[in-house]
Design a protein around this ligand. Sequence first.
Ligand SMILES: [Zn+2]
Length: 271
Amino acid sequence: MRRASDIAADSRSLPPALLYHKIAGTWEVGVTWTPPGLFRKQMEMLAELGWRTVLPGDIRLNSAEHSGCDRRFLLAFDDGYECIHRYAFPVFERLGFRAAVFVPSGFIGKWATWDHQLLGRRFRHLSREMLLELNAAGWMVGSHTISHTSLIGLDDRHLQRELTDSREFLQELLGAAVDWVAFPFGRYNIRVLEAALRAGYRGAVTPVLHRANSPGGFTLWPADAVYRWDSVRSIRRRLNRGTGYRTGRILRRGVNFLSGGTVIWRRLFPR
Ligand SMILES: [Zn+2]
């Protein structure tokens, strides 16, 4: 068991990470989407400045090897929506970038019925074929559990099932190891971390770094969520950890907390 201060120190030595959700071509309620044109500009700017993407499998974790190496960042997509294949994949192919995509294994190729659907806007998740194509292009596919349920309230059996079965399903589909997970709504505690370790994961990409202890051998990689209001400049500032970074982080934590509203929404209006 490591102390919270050690975990924070470990995570600071990792390259910075950005966490996107939807790349949406038309207006959408909520803040977790980026228009395709803006996404393209953000990525082109980073490529121009010499930034290159890195994936969890590329670096030896818990070593000093990567700490002095700048201009490398992790880009992760939460939820694995179809629009990523349509809008982000071509941009990444052109720039030689690769991303990590976290998909709920029970929703592959299906509509995101786990999400609240204000004004009837619906989004579909990546299909099997798309996931295989991304994987073949060097993208990392990670687990986002089976059903995109908050893991905190689950009993032991369901918690383990969400983590273990989603990992096994994706490994079978891809024919490759799936070692990383993203917890739905960024929600976890020590019990969730221990269950993830038991399921065989090596780490999690998370928008929030809690002051919880973490089992040894499990890495928490903090990623800054990107929201609708983020500009080309704010993304650059984010990676450089420049002025306003800390204030922005407090704001982003607040927004992530509000995303728990989906959990309440699902409880009030179950399907
Ligand atoms: Zn999610």
